[in-house]
Design a protein around this ligand. Structure first.
Ligand code: UDX
Length: 440
């Protein structure tokens, strides 16, 4: 059992802290937000993540998981401190490091015994060295420490499983002894552990996210070509995925990637390249295709609705940036909703968990109680998030309520032939609409 302090109770911090507690370590999570810590102490979980609340409760009860706003308290017996604070996008697309700086400075001021500082926040290449420099400069008296980079690869919605059954653990440090100690914390996961230098570890995180975003933009580009040529991108992706060199994952065409990582990390990597005089043209294309994916929905709806969206009623089926999360950061639904409203459409939405946040972000968005209420009287429905419950709707009932049976499937969750047979005017992403006869 090790004593671990975790700075930041956002997505990464809370999942990391709770999972390490579950592995038998003693964890103290620190946050500068009194409100968040008070919530956690009351037994409430500030984010929606399947299974997380139960796991927090279990580990709090077992005395392995604690919450505090005090670095003094958290660092008192700590062997490790994990930095898991946010790194939002700055004005130029760069990662904003103010919270990492604050955490590093506070650790430097409060530590009173040797510590291993593990950075899990997604930070530009070189930040590990910068953190080490801050700590050395801010320590009132010199105390031994080492910085290890340990990027996180959790996906929202399956974060606990992703942590417990990690594909790999990446560790970066110039201090082999510190890297070895952090590696030992991860041994129960039985995952391959790659130990490298700090900068390389930081780059692995960016390169992984940029590569996954590239796969999504690649398949979205193929989708637009399929649409013109009458091919079906879903089957193209399936056919490609059997090739072991390609694999089946992250080849779902749709309205593009969103969330708290891909958009921000691709931008930050572009920024890192630019300031070093590099010309990251592939990353730029990835971002441009992603923007176009949202525009596709607006253009398709406009075309189907007679060339104008003015006063048209449009329902958004799903608001979260992906299923199993209430996260609306860079969610296509929010962007598309605004674009439709700009053209005069009346937009309503339904989501199993993200409605409250969505209503706050876009007060003009009408919220429906369920998908059937959403369908009532709308001129078109747009599937934005592929929640499982949408795959099993009574589509006959959905159609009966609609003013016009126009269904635009931004996530390719329905069968085009079935939808056409039900009488929908159905459009999907890259599925040969027109050329092979659906709805024509
Ligand atoms: C991602 C990374 O997967 C994770 O390793 C990293 O730590 C954080 O960023 P997350 O943002 O939670 O995780 O979601 P993910 O499931 O990866 O999806 C990202 C976006 O890509 C979503 O908007 C999703 O809808 C979209 N996506 C994903 C596609 O459009 N097509 C796909 O085939 C896969």
């Amino acid at each position: 059992m090790k004593n671990i302090a975790v700075a930041g109770t956002g997505y990464v911090g809370l999942v990391t802290g709770t999972c390490f507690a579950n592995l038998g370590n003693k964890i103290t999570c620190i946050d500068i937000s009194e409100e968040k810590i008070a919530m956690l102490k009351r037994g409430e979980t500030p984010i929606y993540e399947p299974g997380l609340s139960e796991l927090i409760q279990r580990n709090v009860k077992a005395g392995r998981l604690h919450f505090t706003t005090s670095y003094d308290e958290a660092l008192a017996d700590a062997d490790f401190v994990f930095i898991c604070v946010g790194t939002p996008s700055g004005v130029d697309g760069e990662a904003d490091l103010r919270y990492v700086r604050m955490a590093a400075e506070t650790i430097a001021e409060k530590m009173d015994h040797p510590l291993i500082v593990v950075n899990k926040s997604t930070v530009p290449v070189g930040t590990g060295d910068w953190v080490a420099d801050i700590i050395s400069r801010k320590q009132p008296t010199p105390i031994d420490f080492a910085v290890v980079s340990c990027p996180e690869f959790l996906k929202e919605g399956s974060a606990i499983a992703d942590f417990m059954a990690a594909d790999r653990v990446v560790l970066g440090s110039l201090n082999a002894d510190a890297a070895e100690k952090v590696a030992r914390l991860h041994l129960p996961l039985r995952a391959p552990i790659l130990v490298t230098d700090l900068r390389t570890a930081e780059m692995i995180k960016y390169a992984s996210n940029a590569f996954l975003a590239t796969r999504i933009s690649f398949i979205n580009e193929i989708a637009t070509i399929c649409e013109k040529l009458g091919a079906d991108v879903s089957e193209v992706a399936a056919g490609m995925g059997y090739d072991k060199r390609i694999g089946p994952h992250f080849l779902n065409a749709g309205l593009g990637y969103g969330g708290s990582c891909f958009p921000k990390d691709v931008k930050a990597l572009e920024h890192m390249a630019l300031v070093q005089g590099s010309h990251p043209s592939l990353l730029r294309a990835v971002m441009e295709i992603n923007r176009d994916a949202r525009r596709w929905a607006v253009i398709t709806l406009r075309n189907l609705l007679g060339g104008k969206l003015e006063d048209k009623r449009i329902g958004l089926l799903g608001l979260a940036f992906k299923p199993n999360t209430d996260d609306l950061r860079e969610a296509p639904a929010m962007e598309i909703g605004h674009l439709l409203q700009n053209e005069g459409a009346q937009v309503s939405g339904y989501d199993p968990v993200a409605m409250v946040h969505a209503g706050k972000m876009n007060p003009r968005l009408r919220l429906a109680e369920d998908p059937y209420e959403l369908a009532q009287g709308v001129d078109a429905l747009l599937v934005v998030t592929e929640w499982d419950e949408f795959k099993h709707l009574d589509m006959r009932r959905i159609k009966e309520g609609m003013a016009q049976p126009i269904l635009v499937d931004g996530r390719n969750i329905y069968d085009p032939e079935q939808m056409a047979a039900l009488g929908f005017t159905y459009r999907a992403v890259g599925r040969g609409n027109g050329a092979n006869g659906y709805n024509e």
